[in-house]
Design a protein around this ligand. Structure first.
Ligand code: PLP
Length: 392
């Protein structure tokens, strides 16, 4: 169960702490000496329930989740979240107000755009509050000022407002939740798939947080939800007849949030091995000093890379405005043509892997999630500088 410590900057599934994987590998074969692996026992057994409870408690502790909010886990990933959020949150609005309202989306990159597309594909009344491309020459890479869009929040009956806190492909991250949203009484629904537990946030400000596990917290297959209890009650108050009458798509039962919560995340078979890995990751962050300590480390890593790129700004381009540069996914390109392969090859020779940019954007992307060490990031920053000075 040994491996050399990786320096893997892939965007996801991402590198996980080696000691977590080693422990998980043992538990996959023989969990706490019971003679069976953690993935081989009933999802409703005492051992599985303990894993669910432990992961919930550790997440509550780490994120300081208030009693007003419930935590649950569901099969699937970010994309399943796009559809389940749209139907559940629209149902909540129906339960609360009797009307379906319109879902508003803040589009800052391809993941928020995909989420809106999915809502529309399902037939949910939904629209963009803004598309950041319209403010940046047709490209993602900045977030418009609140003065450009905040007034729109009052223009109709919005069922919820959706944003993606960190756009993994384009490297655009909301520096904080926009004031206009916090001050409005519309529920904020946020995709934290690629920045959950990377920095401290105030959970009480969110209606729902959704995060696929495979970047900062574990393996693919499970998604974390943190939801206001009042939203769960509102979903439950919307009758199927009423939803049908309004033309709101009915949520498939395995993705219906109140059903999942009532069954302690085990309405259907939860991938308990995947959840166990999440729990091990959570425990490790706690041992490290919590999210505050992790945030400090992440800020240092991001600074190392952006400083190196900015130092050689004649050679590298960072297509993201400084105030919303992602601290998780550092996106950059070479200004000179024909050197991309050389960059990747020389990086690989130093065992720096996973740096190729997303196919829709090109260039490079260094994802510096929680498990990527400061040491690996320093090696990459040095390589960025050396490559520029040798090839400029
Ligand atoms: N949201 C964000 C921010 C992502 O980065 C991703 C995947 O990279 C997704 C959603 C989609 O996740 P999945 O592939 O689990 O459906």
């Amino acid at each position: 169960l040994e491996r050399e410590e990786p320096s893997h900057f892939g965007a996801g599934p991402a590198q996980l702490p080696t000691n977590v994987l080693q422990q998980a590998a043992k538990d996959l074969v023989n969990y706490q000496g019971i003679g069976l692996g953690i993935g081989e026992i009933s999802h409703r057994s005492g051992d599985a329930t303990e894993v669910i409870e432990s992961a919930k408690a550790n997440l509550r502790n780490l994120m300081n989740i208030p009693d007003t909010h419930e935590v649950f886990f569901m099969q699937g990933g970010g994309t399943t979240g796009f559809s389940s959020l749209a139907t559940n949150l629209t149902a909540a609005h129906v339960g609360k107000t009797g009307s379906k309202g319109t879902a508003g989306y803040l589009i800052t990159g391809s993941w928020s755009a995909k989420s809106l597309e999915e809502a529309q594909r399902l037939g949910i009344d939904s629209e963009a509050i803004f598309n950041a491309k319209d403010f940046n020459n047709g490209k993602f890479g900045s977030i418009p000022a609140e003065s450009e869009w905040a007034a729109k929040l009052k223009s109709k009956d919005y069922s919820y407002i959706y944003l993606c806190e960190n756009e993994t492909v384009h490297g655009v991250e909301w520096p904080q939740l926009p004031r206009a949203l916090i001050d409005s009484d519309v529920e904020i629904v946020a995709d934290l798939s690629s920045d959950i537990l990377s920095r401290e946030i105030d959970v009480s400000q969110y209606g729902v947080i959704m995060a696929g596990a495979q970047k900062n917290i574990g393996l693919a297959g499970l998604t974390i939800y943190i939801i206001k209890k009042s939203i769960l009650e509102n979903i439950s108050s919307a009758s199927l007849d009423k939803l049908r009458q309004l033309g709101v798509p009915i949520t498939p039962i395995a993705f219906e949030y109140p059903t999942v919560v009532k069954n302690n995340s085990a309405y259907n078979t939860i991938p308990i091995f995947t959840l166990h890995i999440i729990d091990l990751v959570l425990r490790q962050i706690i041992a490290k000093g919590g999210v505050a300590a992790q945030q400090k480390e992440n800020e240092l890593k991001a600074e190392l890379l952006y400083t190196a790129l900015d130092k050689y700004s004649d050679f590298y381009a960072v297509p993201v405005a400084e105030e919303c540069r992602s601290k998780m996914n550092v996106v950059f390109t070479l200004k000179k043509e024909g050197l991309d392969k050389k960059f990747l090859d020389e990086a690989a020779a130093l065992k720096l892997t996973g740096l190729k940019g997303h196919r829709s954007v090109g260039g490079f992307r260094a994802s510096i999630y929680n498990a990527v060490s400061v040491e690996s990031t320093k090696t990459l920053a040095q390589f960025i500088e050396d490559f520029a000075s040798k090839n400029a």
